[in-house]
Write a protein that binds this ligand. Structure first.
Ligand SMILES: [Cu+2]
Length: 290
């Protein structure tokens, strides 16, 4: 699987290198790429665990399929009417029946154990450092920071005509969700209207935002950069226009940002007014590294 992924990666780079955006040398960013096969690279341990589980299940499925296909070929060649004119009258074989019941059950158990472990690992935040409330609206995101002075920002997609060079269509937003690197971030999703879903592939996080409920999940980010995601629950007319951009910064930068946000919230400025610190780095931070 690793080899296969490396092959695809090499192929993608070869094909896409000449098409790379001019000046695409900014800060690290993780976004979907054209002709991508497989999953986005992991930006934390959760995503790595997801990839590992995927690889395990992939190989079990692949080997099972090859084995069953081989059996079918044997039956077609050795037991057709010409090769085997007098068929066997066997109707039971206890050993074989036990085997084809027990082996699939064992395979399911082998897949279910890491699967359940992963579900529970994603479910509750171990030692949360901060909480972000994610409220999904039709059709934008609201991120509230109750631990940092209870301010909230609104995050909307950038219209085609407003895209700056290097910004990604239907992925870049006016106000990014800013998080500190290396911290356990508890996410609480909710929605006032319809069901949405908070989904950032490279962070291994996906949770529905359901009216009347608050649902927990969590993530951490290993390195600074921008990580893109989208609402992935069909939620209405502008479903495609509610992307997610998570900007991971150092703890110090995060502190400065939250203080600025709190100040502008106290001064009655519109929530989510672009903070100076991040506005200065925006154009480079949003470029995708290839
Ligand atoms: Cu949505």
């Amino acid at each position: 699987m690793k080899l296969l992924r490396r092959f695809y990666a090499a192929l993608t780079i070869t094909i896409l290198a000449p098409l790379a955006m001019p000046g695409a040398h900014g800060a690290f960013a993780q976004a979907p790429k054209p002709w991508e096969v497989g999953m986005q690279p992991a930006a934390n341990l959760i995503k790595q665990k997801i990839i590992d589980l995927h690889d395990l299940v992939f190989w079990i499925i692949a080997l099972t399929t090859v084995f069953v296909a081989a059996l079918l070929v044997v039956v077609m060649v050795r037991f057709n009417a010409k090769a085997n004119p007098v068929p066997s009258r066997t109707s039971h074989h206890t050993g074989l029946e036990i085997a084809w019941t027990v082996i699939p059950v064992l395979l399911l158990v082998v897949m279910s154990i890491p699967s359940f472990r992963l579900i529970y690992y994603q479910d509750r935040t171990p030692n949360p450092d901060l909480t972000i409330k994610v409220v999904a609206h039709q059709w934008y995101w609201e991120y509230a920071y109750p631990d940092q002075g209870d301010f909230s920002i609104e995050s909307r997609y950038v219209r085609d005509e407003d895209l700056k060079p290097g910004q990604l269509r239907l992925l870049d937003v006016d106000n990014q969700m800013v998080v500190p690197v290396g911290k356990n971030i508890r996410i609480l999703t909710s929605s006032p209207e319809v069901i949405h879903s908070f989904f950032v592939p490279s962070l291994g996080v996906q949770r529905y935002a359901i009216p009347g409920r608050t649902i927990e999940t969590w993530f951490s980010v290993d390195r600074p950069g921008v990580y893109y995601g989208q609402c992935n629950q069909i939620c209405g007319a502008d479903h495609s226009k509610m992307p997610i951009a998570v900007h991971a910064v150092s703890e110090q930068e995060f502190k400065t940002w939250t203080e600025q946000q709190k100040k502008s919230a106290d001064a009655g400025a519109p929530a989510g007014a672009p903070p100076r610190l991040l506005a200065a780095t925006d154009t480079t931070a949003n470029q995708v590294q290839r």
